[in-house]
Design a protein around this ligand. Structure first.
Ligand code: ADP
Ligand code: ZN
Length: 749
């Protein structure tokens, strides 16, 4: 097919569609649209045998086309591009790196609210046409009436309304339209009123920077002045004033115009956090997952059109359409929630680094427990600089962390107690001083296991390879992976013995025990069971802040970012929960968790205290977190990672095949493993190693069997090359099966 009949200039458009196909689709532009569709705008095109309409992004143009039978674009949807060139570049890069079709990536970058133009509606209006009345042979009297009525209108109306006014049917208006005497135009109207957040009034003046903060800011200023790409890690203990440093940096970066993006984990995006930015800047846009569509669209447009200077948001805010970006800040850069767990499986921190790199602007990463990837980059790459904030502001001490060996607790007294005596006494004393307590346990529900004491049967989900959790308040047994519920079994489903046992501690049971031990204390619980309703998160935190709650019990939801000056005791009920996961990052997660949780105490002027209960007090993650010694933990853990060939010393990718038919899943996995192994041989620099296929540690979820392959490559470059060569076979899954490619996975479960 080499018939390249050159039509008009740029008569062909290449469209990215959100389909599991690794290609662009070529269409001819109707004459009226040639030269009018900008790159990044959407067009509606016919697709497939039925020629159903699909919406895609115009990403490229050409003068010629190799195909004989090219379909024609139906309509142009956007006058202005929805995706600016720099984001389109980033999207192309993402598409390659994360092995995802460009159309899928673009759809992920653009919020649905923007695609649907939420808050906008299109109205049809009748106006005078291009033909003058004397050019027309005959005007019917009904038509005359319509024209006269039209001429008296101050504001145009739609055809139905005009017909009603003139006392005729819309057919008369159609007749006028045919003669060219009127035309019907579409007009978009903005329904939402702009209500830019006014600068808050009762604002405290910014504090004097500490000496350490000043040094960090100096480094950032140098980089900002150079106006080039570079990454500064602010490695600062909790409460050391990192946020204050970001605020100053943003002030500098946007002093002469320009915009800045700040990414924070979704759960840290509390009213309190947002307020800190609004106090300092009067044009802050906020992007989080609870926004109503209209609000999200408005924020997006304020960013796009430059009215918002500072953008604070969760993961997807990395794609905020800022056109004049000068700085990106990522707080809590180690957080795994920056990784998206559905395709395209991007890591927002890494995308931010790439965006900053492509734009040639600085980026700041902040954390009390930097990821080992970032730490390693600082040690090995020129563009990375590590800065330290080693002390809390105003000479506040780091709270002492005491480790409690749970093995001893078992001998302390009769019966089962999830609180050791030390912790129990600690709570009592704290309550007596009218201060507040946070208790942290990363497992929800009442009992995490339901089992038969006679035959050892453990109640598992019918659809997933996981044990089910008893929820007492609802009196159900629930799967935390697929949400299936069953009634608590009265007898063992396997051996029919009556009386199942319940063990394993969840937040619901902890609440029960705490209530029995401290009946006078007011309790609050925060986990995804109690937080199902929108707004409940903020409600509980407000009550806690107002001291209407004495003891707050919760899962990881309460580990991050909370700042309550009256909290002086934090208890970690079981530090081993995250340590026992079969994942190479489990020690890092445990270290992060204990450090973050301990950051919640003693943030005000009162001294705080942390009690960590664990069965493995000798573990490095526990010991170093208790000693607030990130450096020691990082250097030890980096040694392990190097020795065992894990990130950051290799790049990791994971390919998961799932489906309901285990044989098909196994067969496809085996076939893909062969393809990948074959391709891996030719990659430089090597060796690129493939492990598997094997069933995933959680071998079945939601009725689907899961098999995985792990790929280790010495460099990102090698990994990209490998997937360049095989992406066609990974993007399109065979029927009834699903292939998921996860580059730089955060979990291998
Ligand atoms: P981090 O982000 O490291 O946890 P923050 O920036 O939230 O720390 O600072 C903790 C608290 O200390 C905040 O209430 C902040 O306003 C205050 N703070 C920050 N820097 C200073 C400073 N130089 N002097 C006094 N207070 C400060
Ligand atoms: Zn399940």
């Amino acid at each position: 097919m080499t018939d390249t009949t050159a039509l008009n200039k740029q008569a062909f458009v290449h469209v990215a569609l959100d389909l599991p196909l690794d290609q662009l689709f070529t269409y001819r532009l109707p004459e009226a649209l040639v030269g009018r569709v900008p790159v990044g705008a959407r067009v509606e095109v016919p697709f497939g045998h039925g020629n159903r309409s699909m919406v895609g992004y115009a990403v490229d143009f050409s003068e010629t086309c190799d195909y004989k039978q090219v379909k024609v674009v139906r309509t142009q949807i956007d006058e202005q591009p929805l995706i600016a060139p720099d984001l389109l570049n980033l999207a192309r890069w993402m598409s390659r790196y994360y092995v995802a079709p460009l159309g899928q990536v673009l759809n992920a970058i653009l919020p649905a609210a923007v695609k649907n133009q939420a808050g906008f509606k299109t109205v049809r209006l009748v106006v005078r046409g291009d033909t003058a009345e004397d050019q027309v042979q005959r005007i019917l009297s009904k038509q005359r009436r319509v024209l006269d009525r039209l001429d008296t209108l101050e504001n145009p109306v739609g055809p139905e309304e005009l017909a009603r006014m003139a006392g005729c049917t819309t057919a008369v208006i159609r007749g006028l339209e045919k003669k060219g005497l009127v035309k019907i135009i579409s007009q978009r109207t903005e329904e939402f009123a702009r209500d830019f957040n006014v600068r808050l009034t009762d604002v405290e003046p910014p504090p004097e920077l500490s000496a350490e903060q000043a040094v960090v800011l100096e480094k950032i200023d140098q980089l900002l002045e150079s106006a080039s790409f570079g990454c500064i890690l602010v490695n600062g203990v909790t409460g050391s004033g990192k946020t204050e440093v970001y605020l100053r940096a943003i002030e500098q970066a946007t002093a002469n115009g320009g915009q800045a993006i700040v990414l924070v984990p979704e759960i840290a995006l509390t009213p309190q956090t947002i307020r800190r930015f609004r106090e300092r800047f009067d044009d802050v846009a906020v992007l989080h997952s609870h926004l109503a569509d209209v609000d999200r669209h408005r924020e997006w447009r304020d960013i796009c059109e430059g009215r918002a200077r500072v953008i604070v948001g969760a993961r997807s805010a990395v794609f905020a359409p800022a056109r004049d970006l000068k700085l990106i800040v990522i707080d809590e850069e180690h957080e795994t929630s920056f990784k998206q767990d559905t395709a395209p499986r991007y890591q927002a921190r890494d995308m931010a680094l790439m965006r900053a790199h492509l734009l040639g602007i600085p980026i700041i990463l902040g954390s009390a427990t930097p990821s080992l990837e970032t730490k390693h980059n600082c040690l090995s790459l020129d563009h990375y600089t590590e800065t330290r904030l080693t002390e809390r502001v105003l000479n506040r001490p780091m709270p002492p962390v005491e480790i409690i060996d749970l093995k001893n607790t078992l001998r302390e007294r009769k019966g089962y107690h999830s609180l050791s005596l030390v912790l129990e006494n600690g709570i009592r004393e704290t309550l007596q001083r009218q201060e507040q307590v946070i208790l942290f346990l990363n497992r929800r529900g009442f009992s995490t296991h339901v089992f038969c004491p006679s035959c050892g049967f453990v109640q598992k989900c019918d659809h997933c390879d996981v044990s089910m959790t008893f929820h007492r308040s609802e009196n159900i047994v629930r799967c935390h992976y697929c949400d299936t519920n069953i009634a608590p079994p009265q007898q063992c489903p396997a051996c029919s013995t009556a009386g199942m046992n319940y063990f394993g501690l969840g937040t619901e049971r902890l609440e029960d025990e705490v209530h029995k031990k401290f009946p006078m204390a007011r309790l609050g619980r925060m986990d995804s069971d109690t937080m199902r309703k929108r707004g409940s998160h903020d409600a509980v935190l407000t009550e806690f802040r107002d001291r209407k709650i004495d003891i707050l019990i919760g899962t990881q939801m309460i580990a991050k970012g909370l700042d309550f000056p009256n909290v002086t005791l934090v208890g970690v009920i079981n530090a081993d929960v995250s340590m026992n996961l079969p994942d190479f990052r489990s020690a890092e997660r445990t270290f992060q968790l204990i450090s973050q949780v301990s950051g919640r105490a003693g943030r005000g002027s009162k001294q705080g205290r942390i009690l960590v209960q664990t069965f493995t007090p000798e573990h490095e993650a526990v010991r170093f977190a208790a000693a607030h010694d990130y450096e020691a933990f990082a250097s030890g853990e980096l040694k392990h990672r190097r020795q065992f060939g894990y990130p950051p010393f290799v790049r990791l990718a994971r390919v998961v095949v799932r489906g309901e038919d285990e044989d098909k899943v196994r067969d496809l996995s085996t076939k893909l493993a062969d393809v990948l192994r074959q391709a891996a041989r030719e990659i430089e620099p090597g060796p690129v190693i493939l492990l598997g296929p094997v069933p995933c540690p959680i071998s079945r979820i939601n009725r689907q069997f899961r098999y995985q392959m792990l790929i280790k490559a010495p460099q990102a470059r090698s990994m990209i090359q490998l997937f360049d060569n095989v992406r066609g076979q990974l993007i399109t899954s065979p029927p009834e099966l699903n292939i998921a490619v996860d580059i730089d996975p955060v979990s291998t479960l």
